[in-house]
Ligand binder design. Structure first.
Ligand code: RB5
Length: 151
């Protein structure tokens, strides 16, 4: 698959681990930065990756920051993006099977390299199950969300 990857300074080191794992496993990787460990703002990189995935330039994306929360919140502001914070490999499987997530987010400060690698393995091994999950995922879209009177 064609994968966009981004982080902030907190995720910079583990982003290298992610890119290396993706390349070893036959994926095309576009590292969208940052390219040093200098302090940056996570929304700049999360938005870049999310917009590129939403535009169809990449199949999926991987984002990292200190907690994984900032990049998740940012990416989910982009229409068409379903970004899931994976705290462990089981989250990664379920994010694909139930949520049809198209970006996986990691905490670089609370998740170690081997756990991230196992999570990526699960992520790429799992497929969206559809069925009742299709209906639920459709309800996430902004136009459906407002129609159901939830906002
Ligand atoms: C940066 O210190 C930190 O706030 C960031 O990496 C992330 O955890 C934000 O959600």
């Amino acid at each position: 698959m064609n994968i966009a990857v981004g982080s902030d300074h907190a995720g910079y080191e583990l982003k290298k681990t992610v890119c290396a794992w993706l390349e070893r496993n036959g994926h095309q990787v576009n590292d969208m930065g940052p390219y040093s460990g200098d302090s940056v703002d996570y929304p700049d990189y999360a938005r870049k990756v999310a917009e590129a995935v939403a535009a169809g330039e990449f199949d999926q994306g991987v984002l990292l920051c200190g907690t994984g929360i900032g990049v998740s919140i940012t990416a989910n502001k982009v229409p068409g993006i379903r970004a899931a914070l994976a705290c462990n490999p089981e989250f990664a499987t379920l994010a694909r099977q139930h949520n049809n997530a198209n970006i996986i987010c990691f905490s670089a400060r609370f998740t170690d390299g081997p756990t991230i690698e196992r999570s990526l393995e699960n992520w790429f091994a799992a497929d969206f199950e559809g069925g009742r999950h299709e209906r639920r995922v459709a309800k996430i879209e902004p136009q459906e969300f407002s129609r159901s009177g939830n906002c």
